[in-house]
Design a protein around this ligand. Structure first.
Ligand SMILES: [Zn+2]
Length: 315
């Protein structure tokens, strides 16, 4: 009996130790729309160099680079930039050629655009058979079209490379460009703080949604873009995530999570897969889903309050 009790005690101890490890917060990084054009500070070409160096310095491991090849000929060494991402170990995948909305585009036109992108990226190293929907638009209106799109991805051996943590990093990047063009002085440290807080708060928000509505913590995928804030501040963002208990993982590991196979029923896909699955599980209302990381006015307010960029002129 004593031995049995000891074994039971040991088992309980193992559960106590292993439990939190299983619930560990894990997140992979993805950068959409590469190769993007010039930003507030950096040329596209310099940005790619800086972002690759920052990711290496932060020991981020591989990230996913979702490519829109229409940007290749724009005079920014577009193709060479993607080759550099691949050479640095990052994973190259399809984000269509011209970035259309699925819900506003005929399916055959959309698929031709996707196929064109596939042709233009097939010779890079480190490609993955992953497709990221532009605007996270998986078809917002027409269920038959959405299902036809899912079948078309299957036919092509492509996987829907969902996100779970949505952010409007593109809005911060856009406000920085506007300020630079208008000659408005930008406090770069304050801008960094808002960017970092947005990423950490968003990750925590979607982790909480997962706990409540999925009953488990999936491996997360963070949506970012190949922009100047990423090139300057990604190291700070990763340090802040790690300080909050997040482990940075590869996209390969993230997409091995069971939710990769859970295609949502809802057409509400614009905030990523965790939100969609939470909706399917019964979550409703802005109070559940809305977050400042996906709210342009709320981000503007944060930027102004931090002293990074003043509020835009209402006129
Ligand atoms: Zn995009």
């Amino acid at each position: 009996m004593q031995l049995k009790a000891a074994v039971a005690g040991l088992a309980a101890l193992v559960v106590a130790i292993a439990g939190p490890a299983l619930a560990q917060k894990r997140i992979a990084l993805s950068f959409d729309d590469a190769p993007r054009g010039d930003g507030a500070v950096l040329t596209g070409d310099d940005r790619t160099t800086q972002l690759i160096e920052a990711l290496a310095k932060a020991d981020a491991g591989p990230t996913a680079i979702f490519v829109t090849p229409r940007n290749f000929p724009a005079g920014q060494n577009g193709r060479a930039r993607i080759e550099r991402f691949a050479a640095a170990g990052h994973l190259i995948a399809n984000h269509t050629n011209t970035h259309p909305w699925l819900s506003r585009t005929e399916l055959d036109v959309y698929l031709a655009d996707l196929d064109k992108a596939a042709e233009l990226i097939k010779d890079f190293d480190n490609t993955r058979p992953w497709f990221r929907f532009p605007f996270l638009d998986e078809e917002r209106n027409d269920v038959a079209k959405r299902d036809a799109m899912r079948a078309a991805l299957d036919e092509r051996g492509l996987f829907s490379a969902y996100v779970t943590v949505d952010t409007y990093d593109w809005h911060i990047a856009g406000r920085w460009v506007e300020a630079a063009r208008a000659g408005v002085e930008v406090d770069r440290n304050a801008l960094r703080d808002v960017y970092v807080a947005m990423i950490v708060d968003a990750a925590e928000h979607y982790a909480e949604l997962s706990e409540i509505w999925l009953g488990r913590q999936p491996a997360h995928v963070l949506l970012l873009h190949e922009n100047d804030p990423a090139a300057f501040f990604i190291g700070d963002a990763l340090a802040a995530l790690r300080a909050e208990g997040w482990e940075i993982i590869s996209p390969d590991e993230a997409y091995a999570d069971p939710i990769a196979k859970q295609l949502p029923e809802t057409r509400f896909s614009g905030m990523g897969r965790v939100s969609a699955l939470a909706f399917d599980a019964g979550a409703r209302g802005a109070g559940v889903f809305n977050h400042w990381s996906v709210d342009e006015a709320a981000i503007d307010k944060r930027l102004a309050e931090a002293g990074a960029i003043p509020l835009p002129d209402p006129n």
